[in-house]
Design a protein around this ligand. Structure first.
Ligand code: NAP
Length: 360
């Protein structure tokens, strides 16, 4: 943890102190949005901000009563919101959640034009972190993609991906032998999510991966040594000079979403939003660069084809055929992404065979 405090958070805390905290209130181009993990922290603030900007919001949560509560408070403030079960505890539950939501959205034939994959987990177990942040998030996104059409997908990443240790690309990656509270699993999940964002983009999806900044939420408080002390003794105004409020992070996410609608030169080709003008205002992280690993075509190929893809395939295989055409739709979407991945990030060439004895 000390290593993280020094090398992980320190840089960002200092940058936050010099960040502009000025607030912007812009119009939103979106009509209807789904936000996962909208029952607390960044997700809740984002759902509320979207509603304030006139967007109809689907408040996604694994806990329906919490999601209903957030949706109700949005409605009481004059916004439009409904709750939906978005349970990312497993690939199967994520796919089920997507199927239910697609049915519901299909009923009025309007789809959505913004999906914010915000739900995240850290510090429970390695497999929970990787499942929620990566595999189940991708399963849910794939279920929703056909309803999104020309809209935007925002994947909530993290600058922690820069600290992802060089991943040993082996099957042990997803094993959960022990409770692993190390942040390595979290950093790895966010690096791999960034790989997946690049595959989505290669398939023609307007996809942006965004680091929201260091935000004072339950997730951060649970991990940060001394957070109880900060909560009790540091005045909120001072705290806000160091950590962002969820409202600030929400603005970062919506700015990223707006950028996703354009080919703005502000967004680097890799579409990881940290290093542009917007992030100097709202979110900082390591000079704004996505890591070299996140751009490595072999890494991207491996993540999609060997780590995420097979797990999605297995879950989709188990789906019941139904007259809603969902199984076909999600399987075809997956194939489209596989093809885009192979084309944009081709598999590394097979190692050349050693010359046979007869040739020597
Ligand atoms: N806070 C930061 O400094 C920071 C920095 C970089 C990136 N991020 C990212 O920002 C996103 C939001 O995190 P946060 O800081 O706002 O944390 P948070 O307040 O703990 O919110 C996490 C959200 O994810 C939901 N969630 C957790 N497990 C889930 C599951 N199995 N299925 C569905 N939903 C689940 C939670 O639901 P419940 O309400 O039911 O618990 C909650 O709504 C995450 O992706 C996180 O990795 C945060």
């Amino acid at each position: 943890m000390a290593r993280w405090a020094v090398f992980g958070l320190g840089d960002e805390l200092v940058r936050n102190m010099f960040a502009s905290h000025k607030k912007k209130d812009e119009e939103c181009v979106f009509r209807r949005a789904v936000v996962s993990g909208a029952t607390s922290g960044v997700g809740e603030a984002t759902a509320k901000l979207l509603a304030q900007r006139g967007v109809e919001v689907v408040v996604g949560g694994r806990n329906m009563s919490k999601a209903e509560e957030v949706a109700k408070s949005i409605r009481l403030d004059g916004g439009r919101a409904t709750a939906a079960l978005v349970d990312l505890s497993s690939c199967a539950s994520a796919t089920r959640s997507g199927r239910e939501l697609r049915r519901r959205l299909g009923a009025d034939d309007r789809g959505i034009d913004l999906l914010i994959n915000n739900a995240g987990s850290m510090g429970e177990s390695r497999s929970t972190t990787l499942s929620v942040n990566l595999i189940a998030t991708c399963a849910f996104a794939l279920a929703m993609l056909p309803a999104i059409d020309k809209g935007v997908v925002v994947n909530v990443g993290s600058s922690s991906h820069l600290r992802a240790p060089a991943i040993g690309w082996d099957t042990a990656f997803l094993d959960d032998e022990a409770k692993d509270r190390d942040l390595r699993a979290y950093a790895q999940s966010k690096l791999c999510l960034l790989h997946c964002s690049r595959v989505f983009s290669a398939a023609g999806v307007n996809c942006v991966d965004v680091h929201p900044g260091l935000v004072w939420t339950t997730m951060l408080r649970k991990q940060l040594p001394g957070s109880d002390f900060i909560e009790k003794h540091v005045p909120p105004a001072w705290r806000r000079r160091i950590f962002k409020d969820p409202d600030d992070a929400a603005r970062t996410l919506l700015t990223a979403a707006d950028l996703g609608t354009t080919q703005s030169p502000l967004v680097p080709a890799q579409r990881y939003v940290v290093g542009s003008k917007i992030t100097r205002e709202h979110a900082f992280g390591f000079g704004g660069l996505a890591s070299a690993e996140s751009r490595d075509p072999r890494g991207i190929h491996h993540t999609w084809r060997n780590v995420v893809g097979p797990r999605l395939d297995a879950a989709f295989l188990d789906l019941k055929e139904d007259d809603d055409g969902f199984k076909d739709s999600i399987t075809n979407t997956k194939k489209r992404l596989d093809q885009a991945c192979d084309l944009a990030f081709p598999p590394p060439p097979a190692p050349s065979q050693p010359p046979s004895a007869s040739c020597v």
